[in-house]
Design a protein around this ligand. Structure first.
Ligand code: ATP
Length: 334
């Protein structure tokens, strides 16, 4: 089966073609980078409108080249239905509906956060992992039980990447801030910041404000970057460890753009090693927002007959991962 995936929840206008026979996934992404400040929803939607047709054409061209110029049969079109920025989702939803209609193939509506999780499960071969999704607009610890991914822990306020980006915006650094904090943290030393885990949930807004204040009060920016990473990533690692312990699971996968950070991966790896669990982080092209994960999960959903009528295909900016009835896995723990 060949599935065309389209992603466009925030910054990545992305298309991918996943072939289930070869397990090959071609991904083309055109990133929206704001001139100043953070992601502006209307500008991001305009970016989707301009570049989604280009990235779709590009993956199809690539597929034609690998078939000596022959046409590429597509069996389904999958799109990111939410969560995400409404104006962006609507552009991507319209593109996916038009393509599915033109090609006369089924339409599949994919939950973006479940796709961040499933790509880790797919590429690791793990059967029933706990997943830490550390992305820009979200932070979730998820585990599967009785047909749904249950939210075992989540952010009480801002997403983890967004918290880091708001801190760097305060410093006047360009978006995205995560890689810049990672770079500056390499030469930093410890300074105290708030550490907020409440039950199984985390909160990032207080630490983000404290980090801004620390820089304003003259703390070296490298030290604040170092400590921001140490605190935030230790919070994520603590909750992920408790989820493993509470569920008796010995597999952890990582998802989301913040997962590209070496220090976060190192902490999670160390924690898993200490408790005899296996840890897997997909390669960066599958961690940050990308249509590959949409196409891969779209293929599993299409194979399970989990497709959408056009009339029922409205996007959902608040689409939670635990709202999704998981149709593509078998029994209680499969
Ligand atoms: P979501 O998946 O929740 O919709 P998103 O659309 O913002 O989130 P992602 O691609 O998952 O997209 O994540 C982007 C975030 O990842 C940004 O906040 C960015 O700063 C952060 N990020 C990217 N690289 C790194 C890094 N090396 N270290 C830390 N954070 C990073």
């Amino acid at each position: 089966m060949r599935v065309l995936g389209i992603e466009g929840t925030a910054w990545a206008a992305s298309a991918a073609l996943h072939d289930t026979e070869t397990n090959g996934t071609v991904i083309e992404t055109d990133a929206y980078l704001p001139d100043s400040g953070g992601i502006h929803p209307r500008e991001a939607a305009e970016h989707m409108r301009e570049t989604v047709p280009e990235v779709v054409a590009s993956v199809l061209d690539h597929a034609r080249e690998t078939r000596d110029g022959e046409g590429v049969p597509i069996d389904a079109v999958a799109f990111s239905r939410g969560p995400g920025l409404g104006p962006c989702l609507r552009v991507v939803g319209s593109a996916a509906r038009a393509l599915a209609g033109t090609l006369d193939v089924p339409l599949v509506g994919v939950n973006h956060m479940v796709a961040h999780l499933e790509i880790g499960r797919h590429r690791s071969g793990f059967t029933d992992p706990i997943c830490l999704n550390a992305s820009g607009a979200n932070a979730h610890v998820l585990g599967y039980r009785n047909g749904r991914y249950r939210v075992l822990g989540e952010t009480l306020d801002t997403g983890v990447g967004n918290a880091i980006d708001k801190f760097t915006r305060h410093l006047g650094w360009s978006h995205p801030g995560g890689p810049k904090v990672e770079e500056r943290a390499r030469t930093g030393a410890y300074t105290e910041l708030p550490y907020v885990v409440k039950g199984m949930d985390f909160s990032f807004s207080g630490i983000m404000s404290a980090a801004k204040e620390a820089v304003d009060d003259g703390e070296p920016v490298e030290d604040v970057c170092f400590s921001l990473q140490e605190h935030v990533f230790a919070m994520l690692t603590e909750v992920a460890e408790r989820a493993l312990s509470l569920t008796g699971t010995d597999e952890l996968v990582l998802g989301g753009g913040v997962g590209q950070n070496d220090r976060l991966r190192g902490m999670l790896d160390g924690m898993c090693e200490a408790r005899g669990a296996d840890f897997f982080a997909p390669e960066p092209r599958f961690l940050r927002d990308n249509a590959g994960m949409i196409a891969v999960l779209g293929a599993k959903m299409a194979a399970a007959g989990d497709t959408l009528a056009i009339a029922d295909s409205a996007v959902d900016p608040e689409f939670r991962p635990d709202e999704v009835a998981v149709t593509w896995r078998g029994g209680a723990t499969d």
